[in-house]
Write a protein that binds this ligand. Structure first.
Ligand code: SF4
Ligand code: SF4
Length: 160
């Protein structure tokens, strides 16, 4: 399991650090930083609780799931998926539809994602891919998953 803090949303309130100082820290900046990656088993329940308690919903919890590239039903029943040829993505417990994010530190700006689904990804304004739609509408979700699988840097994270 991984947790991520959206720096644009975090207000530095410190709730996460107070509740789970092993996982979150504000020592180096005005926003929370994740200091345990991946989150060890004994801290996972607390980290999930912190994500729920964050007043800005700035924390995403991502469970590592292996998804067969050719299995379109995977996202609905991923717990039961048997892995054959697979790609690794992270699926969070977000309940409000699909969200796609791009890690700008990983993205090399190759444009593959934009080529697959330009309605969702764009390199128009930045050297890395930006996500245009949040949440991702139903009609673009399959293509967005494909873009995540095709990204050579595994820079795209899908949560739903
Ligand atoms: S609880 Fe949320 S808003 Fe507060 S410091 Fe942590 S991540 Fe930031
Ligand atoms: S496919 Fe991946 S590396 Fe290429 S632009 Fe999109 S996010 Fe960046």
């Amino acid at each position: 399991m991984k947790v991520r803090v959206d720096e644009d949303l975090c207000i530095g309130c410190g709730i996460c650090e107070n509740t789970a100082p092993e996982v979150f820290s504000l020592e180096n900046g005005p926003v929370a930083e994740v200091i345990m990656d991946p989150v060890e088993a004994e801290f996972q329940e607390t980290a999930r609780q912190v994500a729920e308690d964050c007043p800005e919903e700035a924390i995403e919890v991502e469970d590592e799931v292996e998804i067969p590239a050719d299995d379109e039903t995977t996202t609905e029943c991923f717990e039961e998926t048997k892995v054959e040829e697979s790609s690794l993505i992270f699926v969070s417990e977000r309940k409000e539809g699909m969200k796609a994010t791009v890690d700008p530190d990983l993205c090399i700006g190759c444009g593959i994602c934009e080529g697959i689904v330009p309605e969702v990804f764009s390199l128009l304004n930045e050297p890395y891919a930006e996500v245009l739609l949040d949440p991702v509408p139903d009609e673009y979700q399959e293509a967005t998953r494909e873009a995540a699988e095709e990204c050579p840097e595994e820079a795209i994270f899908i949560t739903e």
